[in-house]
Design a protein around this ligand. Structure first.
Ligand SMILES: [Zn+2]
Length: 103
């Protein structure tokens, strides 16, 4: 995802809609219409209001409702994301994140 997308991204949780915080773990520069823009590959989005976290995996912000994140392939991918970046993710998220952590 492009960094400028942060300007319009909000927490999708019902009755939240807060602005999100971004922590970038991996990104690269690309040239777009003669401008250098930052393409974010891997990052953590966190919501200061409802405390949910959302991953950016392979350039895609995964902002699904909780129930779709708790099972199946999506859940496996998001657990792998937490494991991949656990040295850099705050321990409250790893231990007891919303909607889930690693424990
Ligand atoms: Zn929220």
């Amino acid at each position: 995802m492009k960094r400028w997308l942060m300007e319009i991204l909000i927490c999708p949780a019902k009755e939240c809609r807060s602005e999100l915080n971004l922590e970038v773990y991996k990104s690269h520069e690309i040239e777009l219409e003669d401008n250098q823009v930052e393409e974010i590959d891997e990052a953590l989005l966190t919501c200061p209001k409802c405390t949910r976290w959302y991953p950016v995996i392979e350039g895609i912000a995964c902002m699904l409702p909780d129930n779709l994140r708790m099972t199946g392939k999506q859940h496996i991918e998001e657990v792998k994301f937490l494991e991949r970046w656990k040295e850099r993710i705050d321990s409250p998220i790893l231990e007891n994140g919303t909607p889930f952590g690693l424990s």
